[in-house]
Design a protein. Structure first.
Length: 693
């Protein structure tokens, strides 16, 4: 709006344009601003043409020209005032004489400035003189220049217009984030502006931005100019910080069916899905989302992570937004207690050759409420005879005491019609609300009297023995079987559920030297038997003085020797010392293994061709390597003899048994059948490490 104020007086500012001097006279132009019009951007300029002269006699204007003399004033070549006057002689002590005076109106440039060349023409006596000079006028105030300080969005800040006239009014506008908004109109000296929080939507990736404030100045309703000021607006941190919530749910429907809620976990069984739900503020976007230290951003919203068989008590969810703000939350999982089923079970024949099979079982289960479900235990079994079909399931009724369960009594007789000539497969299942445990147990056929080229007697019984490599006692079912190849007694030991590896007399391995042994006294073994299988025990003390049909010969099994297990070794010799004071010959039978391969036995190679068109491998040729078994009476056991008769005074002999074969581990089995008292000791392996050439 334009100002309505008219002319205003201002302090005179003088300057002079001088003419050339003629005699002692000088003519000059004097000007000054008398008034200025802010609204119309113009000045009223007062001018005077004055004459000044003096001589040696004093100051005076000593001539008179009766005819009129012309004068003019030009600005930028255009005449702004002109006329004529008569030069009259005036004797006066006043050194100056005003010949012409007046005023004219001069418009300023749009910015309120004005500067031009002013030219004056006037007479001095009979001559017209012209002179010029550059002059300027004081600026006329125009557009207001606003000022403001940096601020925070959402907080008030003051914009000062610094107007030149109290009649000026202003329109204030703000350009922020590429968009211009009107702040206020008809503003006088200042305005208190609170930037709207919504402005933060325009800078989603920054914490501050430049704001250009534009001030439009109006005088009398007319726009007289525009000025700007640039400030920095920072975001309101509290309003821009994202918020974050976390939630979880159990995805294992089998578990939720028991607990009655997907908010109740069972450690090690629940499959928890953790969800992070961020709430971003004022245009911000996701930079990254983390759940339990795993970046899940790429999966997009909803941001989730699934942890199977969860055990953690809590997970931290984290969010970074495009402005760099970070927020986290902890998702705490709710658990209900539960322990999975444990069990021991054994199916076994109550005697070696009968048709009766018994069951023993025991274990633990979680005998408490699991969420919405009261936990219970069920047990059942079924069996399958050799080459037969599975039976129907038979339900068991465990005896429960707290979290423990077991069969009633010492054992359960599950039947008396299990043919002792057949092997049976049993499957037993324990089930509670969550867990199921299953085990398959083989009950072998009853043991018979075997005969391989000569009579072999099998003795059976049950004995409570102590395992030498543990501190616990345990019941074992075992039998002694006579090995016709080595002609020594071999002990087979059975646990409650399955057969262990056969344990030979004097056999040892890398970790232990447990021994189950049968000793001789003279020519009569302490362990003897009766031909009658129904005998109550297998140690026949009545016939202790009669020689046994099958003697207990000496067997030494070195086991897998604990040699260095990094480099291959080539076997050279097995050295051992024997001490025989009888002077009789000793015959030894030796079998050597390298990496579990019997290098004492020859191998045979067979070619197998699949000729059945219905066989999926039809047409294939297979090369099969088989070891030739040492069968007593048919194959040689590679015997050799130390004949002491040639050395009647020698008792201690060191033997060198040549070996061949390459591998990591060596093992030897040495059998003596002479029933001669002797001592075997000091076993030494001789080998060469393969890379030590």
């Amino acid at each position: 709006m334009l100002l309505t104020t008219s002319f205003q007086k201002v302090t005179e500012r003088s300057a002079q344009v001088t003419s050339n001097t003629v005699g002692y006279s000088r003519l000059y132009l004097k000007y000054g601003r008398t008034e200025y019009d802010i609204a119309n951007n113009r000045d009223t300029i007062y001018y005077e043409i004055r004459q000044y002269s003096y001589n040696q006699y004093g100051r005076y204007l000593g001539w008179e020209v009766t005819n009129s003399s012309a004068w003019n004033i030009k600005i930028a070549g255009s005449t702004v005032a002109s006329g004529s006057y008569t030069q009259t002689a005036i004797y006066s002590n006043d050194p100056e004489l005003v010949r012409v005076s007046g005023s004219f109106t001069q418009s300023h440039d749009s910015d309120g400035t004005w500067a031009e060349t002013v030219e004056m023409t006037g007479p001095i006596y009979l001559t017209q003189y012209t002179d010029s000079a550059s002059i300027s006028l004081p600026d006329i105030p125009r557009a207001s220049v606003p000022t403001a300080s940096n601020g925070t969005i959402g907080s008030a800040l003051t914009i000062n217009t610094n107007r030149a006239s109290s009649n000026f009014l202003h329109a204030l506008k703000a350009t922020f984030g590429g968009t211009t908004d009107t702040i206020a109109t008809n503003v006088g000296d200042s305005y208190s502006w609170t930037p709207s929080l919504s402005l933060q939507n325009r800078i989603p990736n920054a914490t501050s931005g430049s704001c250009v404030i534009t001030c439009e100045t109006y005088s009398n309703g007319n726009l007289i100019g525009t000025k700007t000021v640039t400030i920095t607006l920072s975001i309101n941190t509290a309003s821009c910080t994202p918020t974050l919530t976390g939630s979880y749910a159990d995805l294992n429907t089998a578990i939720t069916a028991v607990t009655g809620s997907n908010q109740t976990m069972i450690s090690g069984l629940s499959n928890v899905q953790v969800t992070a739900t961020p709430s971003l503020k004022y245009g911000a976007t996701i930079a990254s989302v983390w759940i339990g230290g795993v970046n899940v951003t790429s999966g997009g919203s909803p941001y989730r992570r699934t942890i199977n068989a969860v055990t953690a008590a809590s997970y931290v969810v984290e969010v970074y937004d495009s402005r760099g703000f970070y927020v986290s939350a902890t998702v705490t999982l709710s658990y209900v207690s539960y322990s999975r089923i444990t069990f021991l079970a054994s199916f076994f024949r109550t005697a070696a050759m009968n048709n009766e099979i018994a069951l023993q079982y025991s274990g633990t289960f979680y005998n408490h409420t699991i969420g919405a479900t009261t936990n219970t235990l069920t047990a059942k079994y079924r069996y399958q005879p050799e080459l037969g079909d599975w039976s129907e399931w038979v339900t068991l009724t465990p005896t429960i005491a707290g979290d423990n369960y077991s069969n009633a009594g010492e054992q359960i007789i599950i039947g008396t019609n299990f043919d002792h000539n057949k092997q049976y497969r049993f499957e037993i299942v324990f089930t509670d609300a969550i867990d199921t445990k299953t085990n398959t147990i083989i009950v072998k056929a009853g043991r018979h009297i075997l005969k391989v080229t000569e009579a072999v007697q099998v003795l059976q019984g049950k004995l409570h023995i102590q395992k030498l490599y543990t501190k616990n006692d345990k019941d074992f079912v075992f039998d002694f079987v006579y090995d016709v190849l080595t002609r020594t007694w071999v002990t087979h030991v059975y646990g409650l559920t399955q057969m262990f590896e056969p344990q030979h007399v004097f056999q040892s391995d890398v970790n232990t030297r447990s021994i189950i042994t049968v000793l001789n006294t003279g020519d009569y073994p302490l362990l003897k038997y009766t031909i009658d299988d129904s005998a109550g025990n297998f140690v026949d003390y009545e016939n202790i003085n009669t020689e046994a049909v099958f003697n207990n010969h000496t067997l030494l099994d070195t086991g897998i020797c604990p040699l260095d297990d990094i480099l291959d070794k080539r076997a050279r010799e097995l050295q051992f010392v024997t001490n025989n004071t009888t002077g009789k010959a000793l015959e030894f039978f030796v079998t050597v293994y390298v990496d579990s391969t019997n290098v004492s036995n020859p191998d045979t190679t067979l070619i197998d061709w699949i000729s059945d068109p219905d066989d999926p491998n039809y047409g294939q040729l297979y090369e099969i390597e088989e070891e030739v078994a040492n069968v007593y009476g048919d194959t040689s056991l590679d015997a050799w003899v130390i004949d002491y008769s040639h050395f009647p005074k020698t008792g201690l002999v060191k033997s060198h048994l040549r070996l061949h074969g390459k591998g990591l581990y060596f093992r030897a089995i040495i059998v003596n059948r002479d029933k001669i008292e002797h001592e075997l000791s000091s076993i030494t392996w001789v080998y060469r490490i393969m890379n030590a050439r």
